[in-house]
Design a binder for this molecule. Sequence first.
Ligand SMILES: *[C@@H]1O[C@H](CO)[C@@H](O)[C@H](O)[C@H]1NC(C)=O
Ligand SMILES: *[C@@H]1O[C@H](CO)[C@@H](O)[C@H](O)[C@H]1NC(C)=O
Length: 718
Amino acid sequence: MEPKKYLRFLALLLVTFLLIVFIFNRDSDLPSSRSFHSVNKAAVELKLQPRPRKIVSQVSDVAHHPLDPLTIQEINRVRVIVSSHALFKGAKYHALHSVVLEEPPKARVLKWKEGDPVFPRKASVIARVDGETHVLSVDLGSGRVQKVDVGELSGYPTMTIEDMNTATFTPLVSKEFNRTVVERGVDLKDLACLPISLGWYGKKEEKKRLIKVQCYSMEDTANFYMRPIEGLTVIVDMDTNEVVEISDNGKDIPIPNALDTDYRFLAQKNLHKIKPMNPISIEQPKGPSFNIENRHMVKWANWEFHLKPDPRAGVIISQAKFRDPDTRELRNVMYKGMTSELFVPYMDPTDAWYFKTYMDAGEYGFGLQAMPLVPLNDCPRNAYYMDGVFAAGDGKPYVRSNMVCVFERYAGDIGWRHSECPITGMEIREARPKVTLVVRMAASVANYDYIVDWEFQTDGLINIKVGLSGILMVKGTPYTNTNQIPNQEDLYGTLLSENVIGVIHDHYITFYLDMDIDGSDNSFVKVNLQRQQTAPGESPRSSYLKATKSVAKTEKDAQIKLKLYDPYEFHMVNPNKKTRVGNPVGYKVVPAGTAASLLDLDDPPQKRGAFTNNQIWVTPYNRSEEWAGGLFVYQSKGEDTLAAWSERDRDIENKDIVLWYTLGFHHIPCQEDFPIMPTVSSSFSLKPVNFFEKNPILGISPNFEKDLPVCQASSSTS
Ligand SMILES: *[C@@H]1O[C@H](CO)[C@@H](O)[C@H](O)[C@H]1NC(C)=O
Ligand SMILES: *[C@@H]1O[C@H](CO)[C@@H](O)[C@H](O)[C@H]1NC(C)=O
């Protein structure tokens, strides 16, 4: 490639995928770069743990907690140990697809106390060596490498960043591809290509690690996603970097216009039409109320938890505990919570679209795709930013700066309130402001952006929210107006702009929630609300609702599909611990707006995404069952999913159990989603239910005028 063209390509990849070289260089070669660090972050860090420039402490960082992620030094050590291992010596090629902490056994972590030595640190490594996948357990102390037997599993590990980058270049080795692109009127220098996981549909995907590459025109826009070269699909072998097949079924479909596709601030010429608003920000005159100790322990109000970035899950919350306001005792709530898998099937069965059924965590790495958060916009002032330290395919560590933020939210909401009306003669006006703590990350999986919030409340509730934004994956069409579409024709979506269809799709985000309510042995209780009829003459009322509890004995009792007209509450309780008046202490999972997959259960993508067949599942705790779509999701056939594990129907009563919840969205695109989508969110909660003896936030103080700053604002009346 000519240098100029090569640069264009590099620029494109920067936009599309995380270019390690770039990230790594920025953090290690330019240690003084603080471009993403707000002054406030620096202040918080200095107050909590005075330390020199970030990169210095990052490199010399050591683990303080058994669950702390691997440090830069530890990742370097893994590379050294592994590369001298017999498996790798003499190999034609090898790549490390995952290098993460091998968490010590739960029983040992539970016994660990602050100040105790961290256990012998181990790394869990997933490597591809000459076409074979290996799972290795690497002891960082002794240097011992153990092969882990994971049985016979279909599928491949999460792609490396290098896999994705290389795949987007590979089509260019083909003359036929170049010719097709030029024939479609696209200059090769304007080409932008995406690596698209292809699922599993049968023979064609057998025994080869493949990817489909589709391309767009970058001419005249930064938003190349709106300019698809429709119907052109290149199958690339990721192990040999060869073009396997080119299919081009879109020759008659024009490439949509670049007009109005740019979403960047500086490109908006119509800005004056939106009435500008006054600046708004939350002030914390005394700084935030949370502490982050030893990089990963978050302490705020009555909550304490361990927080770490993870290449696959995004963020992992561990050992979430709540200090009981009555007893001052620190009580266990959740041992581990994380995004386990995503499933995003598109609803278009045609050649260039049927395979688009992404599993973003297991295929692309939900954490690997998380970009640095933008201070003051992604997270408010006074946010604390946490970096991710990950390993590239060659085993070298790199830093994803500002990947996670932690901040206190005050959105003007009410924690609780009551006022007495004058009839009672009492002048009671009691109200408490609601302040919460948010842990946030945002993954940009190519075009789509997922914002994941873990929000902790002072009343013990945890709200888990997923926001969807970013750019639609669109389809080119000859139509420029709905009046041209023949009656019978299924567009598979909505015409959003001239020659652009937003294809209907679903999003499922499945959460792994290892609840430990006051200890590990818990039960799952279904509380069913049912209409009861009164006997004739018994009451002026003919009907009322009654709550009936049943304890789920085995996994199949806990496969739950939500139903509006047959309502249930779902409690995780500790049957061994009761409140003063005898209720078992518990937490309930509270679903909110959600969606269920309607695909055939034996449709190949739904088999792989079978963990979405129910909204709730409960499984016995098993270290090897954390990834709902299986350990190796890429091109898997779906034999290692949560659905398969749950079919074993193991006992789950009064045992260490794990709750799984899937949050879903159906997305029928509309014109407002063009050229970029306003955020759409949904959430679910984990809410205390008889966990406390009484309202745990009676002790919150009201706001008083004297404690709050009055910023000098220009008068709003002038
Ligand atoms: C295809 O085009 C690219 C970009 O101009 C060029 O680098 C590459 O060599 C071409 N491939 C072939 C086989 O000609
Ligand atoms: C733990 O999970 C693995 C992987 O699914 C499975 O092979 C094993 O049988 C499970 N163990 C138990 C006790 O269920």
